[in-house]
Write a new protein. Structure first.
Length: 76
């Protein structure tokens, strides 16, 4: 497991318990998908969407966001 925190990550308004539960569920799914081992990465970053980028997603508004990405090396 690798954790890659972004320096100076923006603050977010979120229910800490719900975020924790989502992360735990993702980790459990990744473990099930990689029974012989693999690499799991949790990464945070500050990201910005301009209006053109935001228009691609119905509920996304242009602006600055904090991102959490969870990836694994499970075969597709």
């Amino acid at each position: 497991m690798q954790i890659v925190p972004a320096p100076g990550l923006r603050a977010v308004k979120a229910d800490a318990g719900q975020v924790e539960q989502v992360i735990i569920n993702m980790l459990m799914n990744a473990c099930d998908a990689m029974p012989n081992g693999g690499k799991l990465t949790l990464e945070t970053a500050n990201v910005s969407f301009d209006q053109e980028s935001a228009d691609r997603y119905a509920e996304l508004k242009a602006g600055d966001y904090a991102m959490l990405a969870i990836t694994d090396t499970a075969p597709a």
